[in-house]
Design a protein around this ligand. Structure first.
Ligand code: GNR
Ligand code: NI
Length: 167
């Protein structure tokens, strides 16, 4: 397994629309394993393939305290949404920025697991926000898109400066 480099906002590669995974092959499972290792190392509670520059509809999530409840979602789809909640979010592609984002409080979602089998899940609270955050990534969206233009431009400038210093 390999820890992959995570793209940082405002990298335009985070804006791509990810492609459906045509078949869950060993290559895809290797990518899942690298993504899990990258997420645990970061550390984060979720990671979308696009964040490691792999434009596939594939996400990994682990919201457990013990960091031993990996959830894999391949070609995820939200079937229904209910209610609203506002939780503070962060993003491994937007390091050091934490802001509240309003999303559905509970969702039903469908996806394929690591074995390529379809499953459905009902999620609420943090898991619901996390799944919505990750599916946004697959559609080229980042959580800062929900913030005011002023906050977006401040965040962009701050991260551009950090990335210049890192070069
Ligand atoms: O680590 C993460 N924390 C988080 C907190 C609230 C809502 C969503 C998230 S996802 C984020 C990891 C990440 O960037 N996933 O794309
Ligand atoms: Ni993110």
């Amino acid at each position: 397994m390999t820890i992959r480099r995570i793209l940082h906002y405002p990298d335009p590669r985070l804006r791509r629309q990810a492609n459906p995974v045509p078949e869950v092959t060993d290559d895809i499972r290797r990518l899942v394993d690298d993504m899990a290792e990258t997420m645990y190392d970061a550390p984060g509670i979720g990671l979308a393939a696009i964040q490691v520059n792999e434009p596939w509809r594939l996400i990994v999530i682990d919201i457990s305290q013990t960091r031993d409840r990996l959830q894999v979602f391949i070609n995820p789809e939200i079937l229904s949404r209910e209610g609203e909640q506002e939780l503070e979010e962060g993003c491994l592609s937007v390091p050091g920025i934490y802001e509240p984002v309003a999303r559905a409080h509970s969702i039903r979602a469908r996806a394929l697991n690591r074995d390529g089998q379809a499953f459905e899940i009902e999620a609420e609270h943090l898991l619901a926000s996390c799944i919505q955050h990750e599916i946004d990534h697959l559609d080229g969206k980042v959580f800062v898109d929900y913030l005011s233009r002023l906050k977006q431009s401040r965040i962009r400038k701050k991260l551009e400066k950090q990335q210049q210093l890192a070069m």
